[in-house]
Design a protein around this ligand. Sequence first.
Ligand code: TRP
Length: 345
Amino acid sequence: MDDEKIKIEDIKPDKSLRILTGDRPTGKLHIGHYFGSLKSRVELQDKFETFIEVADVQALTDNFNNPDKVKQNVSQIVMDELAVGIDPNKTTIFLQSLIPEIAELTVFYSNLVTIARLQRNPTVKTEIAQKRELFGESVTYGFLGYPVSQAADITSFDATYVPVGEDQLPLIEQCREIVRKFNSIYGKTLREPIAVLSSNGRIKGLDGNEKMGKSLGNAIYLSDDETTIKEKVMNAVTDKNRIKKDDPGNPNICMVYYYHNLFTNKEEVKNICEECKKGKRGCVACKKQLIESINNELKPIRDKRAYYEQRPNEVKDILMSGTNHAREIAKETMKKVKKSMKLDY
Ligand code: TRP
């Protein structure tokens, strides 16, 4: 049986098992993150013992020259998580740089991975190609090695499940390899994690791009206000062949329709589709309705975020007490690891 990855709807709730996910604090979270992972995190926190790492050390691997950006985004990420419904009483949110055991474990793991294997990792390969401007001809040791550090993130907490997007699968695979190698040399100590894929997958941008991203300029942020949402939706790509309002439209090539599927109730979506095909619904009216649907979904998130924006100390306390709890667990793992490696002085 292939137990390397599993679909989110196929995992059985078990409070004795841990889930770990992480975000690099390099920007605010957008609705791509919301449908791709945040919504499922909110559900998973009732079913497992869940951990969310704010991966500031990893963020520095390709932002080492911009520490301000990483620092500023730490609290932004925490506020986004809290705003969508991550409950700090159920989920441990913690900061990577305050857990030195992760860095220590990374050093131990670095003996178990070859340079060639890291260079072959498809995720790392793609990312290096995209970051030519930063790395030039030769990538840094830190960036090439971030899968090793991510393996330390996951195994420090003895995580069973790691919810990730498709693009992260090679990193989980590499983590599993490190675990197997460690266990075969030093004796069974670590658990091989299983990747959990969300059923939604990736969502497209309103501009028709396959991906939503900050660098692509097409992201709708959880923190966007009503005016910003209106602007973004009004500029969305619709059926280009539809010139006049009563021309029949093709919803399948319209981004507004695609977004109605995410934000508007099913019955209404059916209506929209039929009216568009018959030329009975104009694009402007359709966009206005989408703006309303998006705002309905985002309003409670926005309100909750505003609450935390006004209480930076509360946000900090949540992150610090999560980090204290996480550190206790990472210390226990380190103890076991050192014992296995005969470093238990
Ligand atoms: N690499 C992940 C990303 O870019 C972030 C991350 C860091 C992560 N540590 C992790 C994800 C541990 C899952 C588990 O999105």
